[in-house]
Design a protein around this ligand. Sequence first.
Ligand SMILES: C[S@@+](CC[C@H](N)C(=O)[O-])C[C@H]1O[C@@H](n2cnc3c(N)ncnc32)[C@H](O)[C@@H]1O
Length: 326
Amino acid sequence: MALAQSFTGVSFYLRGLSRLNGALHRAQPHVQWQPVRCASSTSRWKQRQGRDAYAKDAKVQGLKSRAAFKLLEMDEKHRIFKKNQTVIDLGYAPGSWSQVALERTKPHGKVIGIDLIPAQAPRGVITFQGDFLSPMVQKLVKTLITETDRRKPKEQPPASTDDETIGDETAKIAIERPSYIDLERHASLGTGDLPQETGSSKGRLVDVVLSDMSAPWDQTSGFNMNTMSNPYHRLMNTSGVAFRDHAGSMDLCNTALEFASDTLRPGGHFVCKFYAGSEDKALEQRLKKLFSRVYREKPESSRSESKEAYLIGIKRKGDVTLEQRV
Ligand SMILES: C[S@@+](CC[C@H](N)C(=O)[O-])C[C@H]1O[C@@H](n2cnc3c(N)ncnc32)[C@H](O)[C@@H]1O
């Protein structure tokens, strides 16, 4: 049974890091996750999913979505993951990138997923629900990173304590902190006792920061779906208006990059999705300040009609930090 502790408006789930089964283990015989080429698409999403070989392959292999293949392609080319790394997955829901990250960082990799919406995370992923554009949420995530780093798997309490159940078990780490709402209230009153910003290199505990965040838009179709059991369908990933998608993605990417600047170890890597447009060159320049090598990728599994593409930063420079935007 999964244990969950809810704080007002924010939920933490820590599932047993070493007990990976379910979808991930079912996917194991196909660890290569070799996709076949994409079939032609139609304008209707559902029909397209029906014909899309990547979407079918993801289902067969127990992956939460076809997006997994984009990350697998990029990892194949740039060797992003190594065993036992700590990975932050921004916009993790429904969780296929987290599945890939867990698989590629075995046996003791740690994956922390953050998303606006609640979702059933892959087993073994620590999740945090909140808007990553909020500075408060970013601070809480930094605190969570520090806390989980202190509690390595070998340091967890024995199976008989209250914090751990046995069986299809899930380990829970109870993290003592004020609620999200309390923190927001204190901040607005100017009395905030916020979590301390982690000091320069001291807070750099992360090996890989991934961001597949897309600015969410209100749902415009598919209202007949059972949205209580599948909240992923409550929001659309693109507005359909190229400029809005581009502007939204630049904000998300810059925020993810600044977070990477604060939390990535020297030598760490960064991947972020963006929607192409006039500002993406400036974003690429910012990456070049922080990383030794920067690549622009459009994986084969990314639909050709989509303006999405990825920037990859390899090897964070140890002596550089990015200035925050004003
Ligand atoms: C394309 S989906 C990610 C798919 C995921 N990489 C996977 O493989 O399953 C984009 C996600 O970004 C999330 N997102 C968008 N804006 C966000 C924000 N400001 N904070 C946190 N998550 C956000 C959305 O809720 C959505 O779940």
